[in-house]
Design a protein around this ligand. Structure first.
Ligand SMILES: NC(=O)C1=CN([C@@H]2O[C@H](COP(=O)(O)OP(=O)(O)OC[C@H]3O[C@@H](n4cnc5c(N)ncnc54)[C@H](O)[C@@H]3O)[C@@H](O)[C@H]2O)[C@@H](O)CC1
Ligand SMILES: Nc1ncnc2c1ncn2[C@@H]1O[C@H](COP(=O)(O)OP(=O)(O)O)[C@@H](O)[C@H]1O
Ligand SMILES: [K+]
Length: 497
């Protein structure tokens, strides 16, 4: 797992690297610029394109000057440097890089006021004005300049981060930030790149390794981590040669109603396709034919209206509840009964979460160790309205610790809040997954992994990562949830070591 750092910690990592690796800050800047240029050139290789490099006078600007030099050496012909000199202060490494440019025939112009700029003819704009040194929202001359750049609507590539962007803390659409197509960022993504509001300002980001001291970065205390492929491989367990269906548990999926049987089918089939030894779907009578004809491997536990259900909780090694369950009185009765009788960790999703939100006393009945899988709206229904995703990060962390549960807040970079206060960001996923039924499949996968004996936290991590990995692999415009679940067996096998 990669530790994600805040700005202060990243600064400490820079300093530590300079100290321990006996590298000067100027050489580190050179490495950062080199890493930027390699990544940049993998996408923008047309050397005749005009590129304007806007540089501040701090280290982000120093990176920009070094990048300009390197692009020139690589044969980029139409470079143009603008130095934004709104202050007489310059960093030492900026000054050194300006001197290094003196033998180069790249035009350099100093800007002392945004009003001096009328238009920008360049095709591409590299934003090396401000990076992680931002210490307050932009105002005055900076604000005017950023507004002007945004008005030009150029293709902007940001060095480390867009000028004016806050690496952590709440983001709002009103923030004055350069709108960039891409940020090529150093060593780790900024935490805010992983939150949806960053899309106001930034299309996408790439992370480049600049050789910072990894052992030091990993030793720092951060609640935020990024899941890596190795975390999946080392947790997945191979199926044993002499195993049988009894080895892999019995998953019960309580889901579906007459109109939403699809949710029950998808979640129960996901249990099957991710390896539960046995799967039972607790469904309404109306869904029985559909279940039997679509998934002969799955058993049914039919529930009729509000009639008492003989759950026989000991039979099951995991229980998922919620997909397509409905929120009417009968569903509430069923949920309440199940929460009173089933004492082991369960997976709570969709309508089960909505019912808990409107009958909040049920929160007390959530068994410790359970996994809750809300999307943003369900999360807000449960835990109150949040003004920003940063607030959701803070409250998700807090709630997971108080409830002793794992909370999976679904999005592009799904966040998994663990009971010990750790927040895991999942890197896999794709907009091809943005279709109904996708969350039902995730619920099934997590329920299945718990049935097989994985710890609920591991089941959540494995489920979220593998679910997203399938979505990410599709070259298609969209992947229907039932297609995704059929790829589970081969995907899980591919991650086994
Ligand atoms: N050794 C290092 O520290 C490395 C730093 N690197 C680069 O250095 C950047 C950080 O450099 P700096 O710390 O010099 O900071 P910046 O270059 O981001 O900002 C320069 C200065 O602008 C001023 N400023 C901040 N917010 C302002 C505002 N709202 N209005 C007006 N002025 C404002 C501050 O005095 C700040 O120090 C990183 O983003 C990265 O690009 C890389 O070269 C890698 C190595
Ligand atoms: N743009 C996206 N990028 C990555 N993953 C996505 C994207 N859109 C949706 N997903 C994933 O699809 C799932 C959708 O879940 P949810 O909203 O509960 O769907 P449903 O209720 O229709 O089953 C989540 O796991 C989410 O992470
Ligand atoms: K920048």
């Amino acid at each position: 797992m990669e530790n994600l750092l805040n700005t202060e910690q990243m600064r400490a990592a820079d300093a530590q690297t300079i100290d321990s690796a006996k590298i000067s800050s100027l050489d580190l800047m050179e490495k950062a610029a080199g890493a930027f240029v390699s990544s940049f050139m993998s996408e923008f290789s047309e050397k005749y394109n005009s590129i304007a490099i806007y540089c501040g006078t701090g280290n982000n600007g120093g990176d920009g000057l070094s990048i300009a030099r390197m692009l020139h050496d690589k044969g980029f012909q139409a470079l143009d440097i603008k130095i934004v000199r709104f202050t007489e202060k310059s960093s030492a490494d900026f000054i050194a890089n300006l001197e290094a440019l003196s033998s180069y025939k790249i035009p350099v112009r100093e800007i002392r006021d945004a009003a001096e700029l009328t238009e920008e003819p360049a095709v591409l704009l590299i934003d090396a004005m401000l990076g992680s040194g931002l210490n307050k929202p932009l105002s005055g001359k900076w604000e005017a300049l950023v507004k002007k750049i945004n008005f030009w609507n150029k293709k902007v590539i940001a060095v480390d981060m867009p000028t004016g962007f806050r690496a952590e803390g709440p983001l709002t659409a009103d923030d004055c930030v350069v709108h960039a197509k891409l940020a090529i960022t150093f060593q780790r993504p900024k935490i805010n790149f992983l939150l949806p509001e960053s899309a106001f300002f930034l299309g996408e980001h790439r992370v480049v390794d600049i050789g910072l001291d990894e052992a030091y970065i990993q030793s720092l205390d951060s609640p935020y981590k990024l899941i890596e492929k190795e975390d999946i491989a080392c947790r997945l367990v191979k199926r044993d040669n002499f195993s049988h269906k009894g080895t892999y548990g019995h998953a019960l999926m309580v889901a579906g109603s007459a109109e939403t049987m699809g949710a029950a089918l998808l979640s129960a089939e996901a249990c099957l396709y991710s390896g539960a030894g046995l799967t039972t779907a607790c469904i309404p009578e109306e869904g029985l034919t559909a279940l039997n004809s679509r998934a002969p491997e799955i058993m049914a536990l039919v529930r009729t209206g509000a009639q008492e259900l003989d759950l026989n909780a000991d039979k099951y090694t995991s229980l998922g509840i919620g997909p397509g369950l409905g929120t009417e009185a009968n569903s509430l009765k069923l949920l309440t009964r199940i929460m009173r009788t089933y004492q082991k960790p369960m997976v709570l999703d969709a309508d089960a979460l909505t019912l808990i939100a409107s009958n909040y006393e049920l929160v007390q009945l959530i068994p410790e160790g359970s996994v809750l899988t809300p999307h943003m709206k369900e999360f807000d229904r449960l835990f109150g309205e949040h003004k920003s995703w940063w607030e959701r990060l803070e409250s998700g962390r807090d709630r997971a610790m108080t409830l002793g549960c794992t909370i999976v807040l679904k999005n592009r970079y799904t966040v998994i809040f663990l009971p010990d206060g750790t927040c895991l960001f999942n890197p896999t996923g794709s907009p091809a997954m943005a279709t109904g039924g996708m969350g039902d499949v995730l619920t099934g996968i997590i329920t299945s992994f718990i049935a097989q004996g994985y710890k609920p936290e591991d089941a959540a991590m494995l489920g979220v990562y593998l679910h997203g990995a399938i979505g990410q692999k599709t070259p298609d415009y969209v992947i229907p949830a039932s297609d995704l679940l059929r790829k589970l067996p081969s995907t899980i096998a591919a991650y086994l070591t």
